[in-house]
Design a binder for this molecule. Sequence first.
Ligand code: CP
Length: 323
Amino acid sequence: MKVFQHVQDIGDLRVALSEAQEVKRDRYQWQHLGKNKTALLIFFNNSLRTRLSTQKAAMNLGMNVIVLDVNQGAWKLETERGVVMDGDKSEHLLEAIPVMASYCDVIGVRSFARFESREDDYEEKILNQFIRYSGRPVFFMESATVHPLQAFADLITIEENKTKARPKVVMSWAPHPKALPQAVPNSFAEWMLAADVDFVITHPEGYELDPQFVGNARVEYDQMKAFEGADFVYAKNWSCPGVTRPEDYGKVLDDYHTMMDWCVSARQMAVTNDAHFMHCLPVRRNMIVTDDVIEGPRSLVIPEAAYREISAQVVLKRILETL
Ligand code: CP
């Protein structure tokens, strides 16, 4: 595997899920694969789970790991070509990428949507430069538009907890005070559509996700109706994807105080099929989900985060096997 970005990059999902099971059974059996190999994990944005789980997964495989917080201790990077660099940015990404690549065998990058231009974000301007100029396998640790390590861990979580062959999975928008990217819901939709689940998306009008990720997924604007009979509820906020009105890209469309009905609570969970609650974390309690639901017996948020180690290890293992 040279790039891990989309669900297709992992191949047959049944094979990937069975490999995840094997990793879960004994995560230290492939230490030989990573011997004398170095993973460089580059963070342009904050992280708790991705940083720790990916580092742990690499160590499970016997790799050396270097973690770089670009905003702490490195030179401030210019990302645009043609800019006269007379400001506070001392180094250009076009030199930094091959230099960083010379110290490692595999590169993971986190670089969120900047909301400056929908086109730049949806063309994955930063990550594509790593793919083009590093000469190394690149895996996405949440980019402007996707978070595949999270979606893979989410799928493993559903697989481990489902009690019927084809569970109903509902992804629900929920309120948030700040504008958040669409990477998590985009990837979750992409992976659910490739998996054997009955998938429904619910959100207020105006938050339609990009068709390249949601395809012809069922969208139900009435949240209570969408939740009926759900086996899994996946809550997430996202800002306006700008599909119908590009000028609204990255905006919070309504004052969140007026949208608090969308916060997932016992009221919505009551119409589900005793659904499990999922969220990628970090989560703002009593905005996205109430205390009682996230702390309740059907909440899967902690095992879901723990499966991030498993998803990262399957991906790194696949990459190492092709080096
Ligand atoms: N879910 C997730 O990616 O968590 P972090 O942002 O803490 O890495």
